[in-house]
Write a protein that binds this ligand. Structure first.
Ligand code: FPP
Length: 253
């Protein structure tokens, strides 16, 4: 094992529409199955050592989809927030919604406030659902509110968390997974993923399950995280090698 578990894991849940089309079903059937996959992953994530899970549920650009699809997604989100509160409380899940709130309908805002309040003591998993979220918009808002001379990474990160309603602040992303076979970031957690390990899964989101999450975590586990530095010396390889002084002495002989 090379790494600690990916404390903060984020997922771009992609492939709902393709999963449904491949079965001759309407796209909304894919989103409905997608909501079930959300529940599976939320229940199982803490057993893999994940403490913060951020899921991309609706991007700021998703408003461009046909109004009926937007409505389906908003209905599913509201239903999840209203009906999964007790599951979250039982499982020790603290649920938060990050992103803009000013374009959401009042009933969703009400559901968010209730879910956030009833689950606030959850301490096994901090679940963040990103809704009406754009990383670039968030970065611009945070930057526009800070005095230029007072910029440093920590202050900026705290500000960014505030802008997207992420309370409490969370650490950077360790592992970022995208399902559905596409390989792009789609304006998700761009600042927070500066050193995230990326795992792309071919699995369509409605079929994503715990085995897939385990596989992503074990791929992460094999990565050598250097954060721009050098890898720490490996004890066995050093022991097998002569020290610099021994090597110099051997050359001099
Ligand atoms: C991408 O699939 C998925 C979304 C845009 C939304 C994700 C929504 C859910 C998983 C369901 C509801 C969420 C919650 C939290 C209850 P896509 O439609 O872009 O798939 P495609 O690329 O195959 O068309």
């Amino acid at each position: 094992m090379l790494n600690e578990p990916p404390r903060h894991t984020a997922i771009i849940m992609d492939g709902n529409g393709r999963w449904a089309s491949a079965r001759g079903l309407p796209r909304k059937a894919g989103h409905r199955q997608g909501a079930k996959a959300v529940e599976r992953v939320v229940r199982g994530a803490p057993d893999l050592g994940i403490r913060i899970l951020t899921l991309y549920a609706f991007s700021a650009d998703n408003w461009k989809r046909p109004p009926r699809e937007v409505e389906t997604l908003m209905d599913l989100l509201e239903k999840f927030l209203r009906t999964k509160q007790s599951m979250c409380e039982r499982e020790g899940v603290r649920l938060c919604v990050i992103g803009r709130r000013d374009r959401l309908r009042p009933s969703i805002i009400d559901a968010i406030v209730q879910a956030e309040s009833s689950t606030k003591n959850g301490d096994r998993l901090h679940l963040r659902l990103a809704v009406d979220y754009s990383a670039r918009d968030a970065i611009m808002s945070a930057a526009s509110q800070l005095e230029p001379g007072k910029l440093d990474h920590e202050a900026f990160a705290r500000h960014l968390n505030r802008v997207i309603h992420s309370a409490p602040s969370v650490p950077d992303v360790d592992l970022l997974i995208r399902t559905g076979g596409e390989k792009r970031l789609s304006d998700f957690l761009l600042w927070e993923s500066a050193y995230a390990e990326l795992v792309f899964s071919e699995r369509m989101w409605p079929e994503f399950g715990m085995e897939d999450l385990e596989q992503a975590v074990s791929e992460y586990d094999q990565r050598n995280r250097r954060f721009g530095s050098l890898p720490p010396p490996h004890p066995e390889s050093w022991a097998a090698r002569p020290s610099r002084i021994e090597a110099q002495a051997a050359t001099a002989e």
